[in-house]
Ligand binder design. Structure first.
Ligand code: ITT
Length: 200
């Protein structure tokens, strides 16, 4: 068993990351458990840059192997927005519902076939030695005209996953993990961890 620090302050993400890592020989520690530490500013222009900012901060804070995730929703009809700005699409300090409302408003009148979108998740791993790696997971889908389902978080109720015809909010943790951006990135991250830790 090794300690792995999760460099995220979002409890919804922590729940999914923990589910994806079930059965893997790691003891998860959330940065929030490590005491007061200011949240790192996400000043990067790409998901990879922001995931590295977060993971390096977690390593500085904890002195341990760490993992961070930066995720964006890319909507084709909006030129790839909200993308790297997904958490603050409707402004600073907004709720998930505010972001979803702005997204639906910006897509008002856009027909179903032009509402294609994808979630992209970059997971960064880093060690105190300076060794670091980013892996990515993507899932294709489209944005509905109204929310569906009560599970998940963020944009899940309006994201219809192409593979299942369900929104992520209509799926359980396990079903979402099987096809989601985060589930895919985490499976790649598990391989990196296995190789770094000599478990192969
Ligand atoms: P940390 O930086 O502390 O990890 P965050 O919520 O700010 O938390 P991001 O910068 O990656 O994380 O923001 C991405 C936003 O995209 C997030 O706030 C949600 O609104 C949305 N999001 C991320 N993952 C999602 C998912 O699996 N399903 C739906 N929406 C998601």
């Amino acid at each position: 068993m090794i300690d792995l620090v999760l460099g995220t302050h979002n409890p919804d993400k922590v729940r999914e990351l923990a589910h994806s890592l079930l059965g893997f020989p790691v003891r998860l520690i959330s940065v929030s458990e490590l005491g007061d530490w200011p949240e790192v500013e996400e000043t990067g222009e790409t998901l990879a840059e922001n995931s590295l900012l977060k993971v390096r901060d977690a390593v500085r804070h904890s002195g341990r192997l760490s993992l961070a995730d930066d995720t964006g929703l890319e909507v084709d009809a909006l030129g790839g927005a909200p993308g790297v700005r997904s958490s603050r699409y409707a402004g600073e300090g907004v709720t998930y519902a505010d972001n979803v409302a702005k997204l639906l408003e910006d897509l008002r009148g856009v027909p179903a076939e032009r509402r294609t979108a994808r979630f992209r998740c970059v997971v960064a791993l880093a060690e105190p030695s300076g060794r670091e790696v980013c892996v990515e997971g993507v899932v294709e889908g489209r944005i509905l005209e109204a929310p569906r389902g009560a599970g998940g978080f963020g944009y899940d109720p309006v994201f219809l996953a192409a593979e299942t015809g369900l929104t992520f909010a209509e799926m359980g943790l396990k079903e979402k993990d099987a096809i989601s951006h985060r589930g895919r990135a985490l499976r790649a991250a598990r391989e990196v961890l296995a190789s770094w830790c000599g478990w192969e």
